[in-house]
Design a protein around this ligand. Structure first.
Ligand SMILES: C[S@@+](CC[C@H](N)C(=O)[O-])C[C@H]1O[C@@H](n2cnc3c(N)ncnc32)[C@H](O)[C@@H]1O
Length: 200
């Protein structure tokens, strides 16, 4: 195991131990609180959202799978092998562009993809492949939650420019009142939600 993976494993162990003692280290920013306290609990409350993929992990996301409810089957996917330590029990080390190697068509109820578009997933062709595979993996009526920063240099490709998303329907972000919500004005962190049409 490399030095980074060893470090992350130690960090994840310490974070989980603190968590068990009721001390949760987290970012206190409004966009994080919106995701953690409104969006993810609203998804957890839905009976039709149980097979869930979360894309991209960090030290501050290690407890996110637990926010989706005890009965959810959450898989995390992350391109950096060292970040496995912050992932769910079901974890895939892969590029989102290769999602079709891991999930068949219609196998997922939701894909939650926050902070990946523009944060490593930057090349337009890769973005098309990644979201094309995500849409294919969603069942009809499945949810794609996209969190992204509408601010340079993160917004070189915006959701409106992604052909793979064009067949989706805009829906209200779970727990919020609009399809597109700016969660933090200073970095233009937006949440947007889409559903795959039943007939698609
Ligand atoms: C800014 S972090 C966001 C983490 C988390 N999703 C969140 O809610 O904050 C971006 C993460 O996405 C990962 N990532 C970037 N491009 C990716 C790709 N094409 N496939 C899978 N993971 C990717 C990075 O390694 C990094 O850990």
């Amino acid at each position: 195991m490399g030095a980074k993976a060893t470090l992350y494993r130690g960090m994840a162990g310490a974070l989980r131990a603190l968590d068990q003692r009721g001390v949760r280290l987290r970012y206190p920013y409004p966009d994080r609180l919106m995701l953690e306290q409104r969006i993810l609990p609203a998804i957890a409350g839905r009976d039709d959202m149980k097979r869930i993929l979360m894309v991209g992990c960090g030290w501050y996301t290690h407890y996110y799978p637990g926010l989706l409810g005890d009965d959810a089957e959450v898989t995390t996917l992350e391109i950096d092998p060292a970040k496995r330590a912050f992932g769910a029990r079901r974890h895939i080390v892969a590029n989102l562009t290769e999602l079709d190697a891991h999930f068949g068509p219609g196998e997922l109820d939701a894909v939650l993809c926050n902070g990946v578009l523009g944060w490593g997933l930057n090349d337009h062709d890769d973005i098309e492949r990644a979201f094309g595979a995500s849409v294919t993996a969603l069942r009809g009526g499945g949810l794609l939650l996209l969190g992204w920063n509408d601010k340079a240099p993160y917004n070189r490709v915006s959701p409106a420019d992604i052909s793979a998303l064009q067949g989706l329907e805009a829906v209200t972000v779970p727990g919020l009142e609009a399809h597109r919500v700016i969660a933090l004005p200073r970095n233009q962190h937006c949440f947007q939600a889409f559903t795959r049409p039943q007939s698609n």
